[in-house]
Structures are given as C-alpha cells and as structure tokens.
Design a protein around this ligand. Structure first.
Ligand code: PLP
Length: 236
C-alpha cells in the first residue's frame, strides 16, 4: 500500500480560517453564511486541493488557464471552479461552460468573446467585473470611473450574466481601498442595471480577508493561508 502523504496542515489551516471568517462576520453584525470561502489553487497539486474539498471547501479559484486544464480532471466533482486570473481573449474558449464563474472581466472585448463562446454553447456565462480600485498602472481591472459604462455594455450581452464585482486592492494595511470598493459596490447595486445582479463582492485574500469582510465582501479568495507559501516551478 502506498503511503499517503500528510496534508493535515490543510485541515488545520481550513479550520482556523473558517473560524476567522465567521468571527469577522459576527464582529460586524453579518451572517457568516453570506460569506463564501474560496480556496485559491494556483501551484497546488490536485491531491492537496482534494484535501481542502474533503474539509468542506466547495469553491476553487484557478488563475491560469493551462494549469486549470491540466488539473481539473483530478478534482473531486463536489467543488465548483471559478476563474480568477487575468484572462487573454484567445483563451476564453477553454473556460466558457467549463468554469462556473469568471471573476476577471475588465474590458468589453473580453465580455464580447465570452458572450460569443457562450452563445455557441447555448448557455449564459456568469461573470464578475474586475475593478482596479487602487488605480494602479500595472494592475488589471477596469478603472472605477469606467465601471458604469462597462456594466451597461456587459448587461446588453445576452449570453453573459454579471453577478457582481471583484477586486485585488493594493497590498497595504490601509483599508481605504476596501472602503472605496464597498461604496462602489453599493452604488452600483443601487443603480439596478437590468439583466445584472450585484450579489457577489469578491474581495479579500490571505492578508486582508477580515478587513474585506468588514467592508462587505461576500467571497474571500484564500491561497497561502490555506495551502502554505506557494512554490513556483523554477524556469530553466
Ligand atoms: C493568488 C491569488 C489569491 C490568493 O492570494 P493569497 O494571498 O495567497 O491568499 C487571490 N486572488 C487572486 C486573483 C490571486 O491570484
């Protein structure tokens, strides 16, 4: 019999994070049940991801198309996969209909390509619009002031369904970007754009998920706090 490697650290980490998510929700008077905990699986082997699923994780976040394709068949089927990484238009066809949701829609051409691929399959693809809330040059995401236009345009695409917003704020302990994102989410929700929903705010990672929950996040994306520091394969 093959020796199973010991991945019990995933169970310990999961228990600790799930408790911290619930406690953060309670501290700000929210129902812990409204906050989804996503396991971000980049660089993590499928057998370890399956440990997280065994612990109760029902949502996986992948951020590279090729890596997703090579790993998905090994994942236990009881978790949904969302795509959370920067997405090139020419790779859209590998994701539409395969992942439950795409978090990283930040330009019209991308939304149009998702629409085209979804129409071919006769489905409606759930997406989030990614906002560059820190206005950082190097980051993907639509600028906050351009969000209303992109939302209107995406709403008009029949095979794309906008379910909310996603953001990766600048890495700082300062909560101003989280607060700005909360306000943008609430303002966008209040605009009630037809054919869209504003039910998901995907915000918060290992370093800031508690602060993000205090600012209205409904989905936190946790990688390193769950699986440990990522080890990227070295290029030769
Ligand atoms: C890697 C990644 C995360 C998780 O980051 P951690 O700090 O390891 O929790 C979340 N969201 C996106 C888009 C990522 O690429």
């Amino acid at each position: 019999m093959r020796m199973e490697r010991d991945f019990s650290y995933v169970r310990d980490n999961y228990a600790r994070i799930a408790d911290a998510v619930a406690a953060a929700a309670v501290r700000c008077g929210r129902d812990p049940g409204e906050i989804a905990l996503m396991a971000v699986t980049k660089t993590v082997a499928p057998e370890i991801v399956n440990c997280a699923i065994d612990c109760g994780i029902r949502l996986l976040g992948e951020n590279r198309v090729q890596e997703y394709q090579s790993k998905r068949e090994f994942y236990r089927p009881d978790a949904q996969v969302h795509f959370i990484g920067h997405l090139q238009t020419n790779k859209v066809k590998y994701l539409v209909g395969s992942v439950e949701m795409i978090h990283s829609v930040d330009r019209l051409s991308l939304a149009q390509e998702i629409n085209r691929c979804a129409a071919k399959q006769n489905i409606c693809q759930d997406v989030l619009l990614e906002v560059n809330i820190g206005g950082e040059e190097s980051k993907s995401g639509v600028m906050p002031q351009e969000l209303p236009e992109l939302l209107e345009q995406a709403a008009a695409l029949p095979n794309v369904h906008v379910c909310g917003l996603m953001t990766i704020p600048p890495p700082t302990q300062d909560t101003r970007c989280l607060e700005a994102m909360q306000k943008l989410f609430e303002d966008t929700k209040a605009r009630n754009v037809q054919n869209t929903e504003m039910r998901i705010l995907s915000m918060g990672m290992s370093g800031d998920f508690e602060a993000a929950i205090a600012c209205g996040s409904t989905l936190v994306r946790i990688g390193s706090a769950l699986f440990g520091a990522r080890v990227y394969p070295t290029l030769r």
